[in-house]
Design a protein around this ligand. Structure first.
Ligand SMILES: Nc1ncnc2c1ncn2[C@@H]1O[C@H](COP(=O)(O)OP(=O)(O)OP(=O)(O)O)[C@@H](O)[C@H]1O
Ligand code: SF4
Ligand SMILES: [Mg+2]
Length: 345
């Protein structure tokens, strides 16, 4: 649970894409279970990192949060109100407060629009936020806020570097003064050398504008610096969630431990002493999810029970003994145990 009052509460979130057969008479023969029961809460002013391998459903969760996709089932409560039930004006008002920053600054900006038009585009949908005569000044302020020269307002995306383009994407995300930003791998497409600058920018904007973030990444090392809590996703579900200390220093789920063991370690001595956990096999298809624990086909600790029962995301019974320790956080594993993997810093 977040330390502050939740601004967003997600429960039982599901997105299944039907798999059909036939051309004229389409028959549903199955479903791609892109997101298959996700629960989390985002605290006011908090950053929740969501991490997992390619295809585990991170972008689908992001799209549902900003209403680009409609959930198959589940709730998304914004300040206590289920936004999946809203429509018309009420939905529009909520959407204004939850904005997205996209992964790829090369393809997410229209090459034929000036930067001023790109950043000011949200005002066309929400003219009440900035009257027409005031928009140019607002856009220039936003350029300044993200560290770009306000005089660049008439330039085109190709005249900027990757890092600068992502700053433009962030300025657009801020235009409507949202309360929540969902950043879907905002630095994955950037050079390593500029990734930290963009993460630092997001960090400082959070304080300045009192923002809450859902920050998605496939690498545990990127979210560490910015996240208060981290959720680890596998095949459409969160398998472990906790504060950054709980996840990085006291991971209890075998999948998190394997991901952590693969994070690059800058210190050569620490690198030498660390144990790499190599997972066997590939991630199963989300159209064919294993019974019981969905991680069991790659888990080195799997036992018979793992194929028969689904472990819930809660403090595991085996760890619920004695005084409260950092290992006592939510982890969807019957045989959870703390394992110290060499830290990422
Ligand atoms: N519109 C769609 N129709 C059918 N399947 C889809 C659709 N969108 C996504 N999927 C499938 O859902 C699963 C989850 O996709 P998603 O894009 O959410 O993953 P991701 O975690 O964001 O991956 P990446 O790290 O590659 O961005 C994938 O198997 C993907 O192929
Ligand atoms: S429940 Fe079983 S298969 Fe799943 S992570 Fe735990 S030990 Fe592995
Ligand atoms: Mg994605």
């Amino acid at each position: 649970m977040p330390a502050s009052e939740p601004i967003l509460e997600v429960s039982g979130l599901v997105k299944h894409y039907p798999l059909t057969q036939g051309i004229l008479f389409k028959k549903q023969v199955g479903a791609v279970k892109a997101v298959d029961g996700v629960d989390f809460a985002l605290g006011q002013g908090e950053t929740l990192g969501i991490v997992g391998e390619s295809g585990c459903g991170k972008s689908t969760v992001a799209k549902m949060l900003v209403n680009l996709e409609r959930p198959t089932a589940g709730q998304i409560k914004y300040k206590g109100e289920d936004v999946t039930k809203l429509s018309g004006r009420a939905l529009k008002a909520v959407r204004r407060n939850i904005q997205m920053v996209f992964q790829d600054p090369y393809t997410s900006l229209n090459p034929r629009m000036t930067v001023g038009d790109i950043i000011g585009e949200p005002y066309e949908i929400h003219p009440e936020v900035a009257p027409k005569g005031d928009r140019r000044r607002r856009v220039q302020d936003l350029l300044d806020v993200v560290g770009l020269n306000p005089e660049y307002i008439n330039r085109y995306p190709h005249q900027f570097s990757g890092g600068q383009r992502q700053r433009i994407g962030i300025a657009r995300g801020l235009a409507l003064r949202p309360e929540i930003i969902v950043a879907d791998e905002p630095v994955s497409a950037l050079d390593v050398s500029v990734q930290a600058q963009v993460v630092n920018l997001l960090d400082s904007l959070q304080n300045e504008f009192d923002l809450s973030y859902v920050f998605i990444a496939h690498d545990l090392s990127i979210v560490r610096h910015i996240s208060d809590r981290v959720g680890v996703m596998y095949l459409g579900r969160i398998v472990e969630i906790g504060t950054d200390e709980e996840i990085y220093e006291h991971p209890t789920h075998p999948y998190t431990q394997a991901l952590l063991s693969a994070v690059p370690v800058p210190d050569p001595e620490a690198r030498e002493h660390r144990e790499r956990i190599i997972l066997s096999g590939d991630v199963p298809s989300p159209a064919n999810i294993p019974s019981g624990c969905r991680f069991r086909t790659r888990c080195w600790k799997a036992q018979e029970r793992c194929a028969l029962e689904v472990p819930e995301l809660a403090v595991p019974a085996v760890l619920r003994i004695g005084e409260k320790t950092p290992a006592q956080h939510d982890s969807a594993c019957f045989f959870a145990e703390e394992k110290h993997v060499v830290p990422t810093e």
